[in-house]
Design a protein around this ligand. Structure first.
Ligand code: ZN
Length: 125
């Protein structure tokens, strides 16, 4: 299982919201129009806020009550329309965490052969 607190401490909720389309005027004043797709109605008002040192979010306008507010997981669920389990797995991947919280093996890097540091013998000959 993933360590949820590690994911919460690793993933920036504000950065995630910006990726979803939120635009914050100021890094210390995290207020934006609501970026969530389930937000019904007016998007011109700055109804979306991030608080609690960047750990919690809330839409004060037209987001459905069952998908409004919480932490980075509930934001991801509301944004991507996925269940909690999927949100945990995908955010853990973003945080580069393996299920046991060990640093993830660099599988992607291993697929790419390292550039040779010395010329091939055939080239030198
Ligand atoms: Zn909303």
């Amino acid at each position: 299982m993933y360590d949820l607190e590690t994911i919460r401490n690793t993933i920036s909720l504000a950065a995630l919201a910006e990726e979803a389309g939120a635009k914050f005027d100021h890094p210390h004043r995290l207020i934006s129009h609501c970026p969530l797709p389930k937000h019904a109605g007016d998007r011109s008002s700055k109804a979306f806020t991030i608080f609690d040192n960047g750990r919690k979010w809330k839409c004060h306008s037209s987001c459905p009550a069952d998908a409004n507010g919480g932490d980075v997981f509930s934001f991801y669920m509301a944004w991507k329309d996925v269940d909690f389990k999927t949100a945990v797995v995908e955010l853990a991947e973003r945080a580069n965490l393996a299920p046991n919280s060990q640093p993830k093996a660099t599988a992607r890097q291993a697929e790419i052969a390292p550039a040779p540091t010395v010329p091939e013998p055939a080239w030198r000959a």
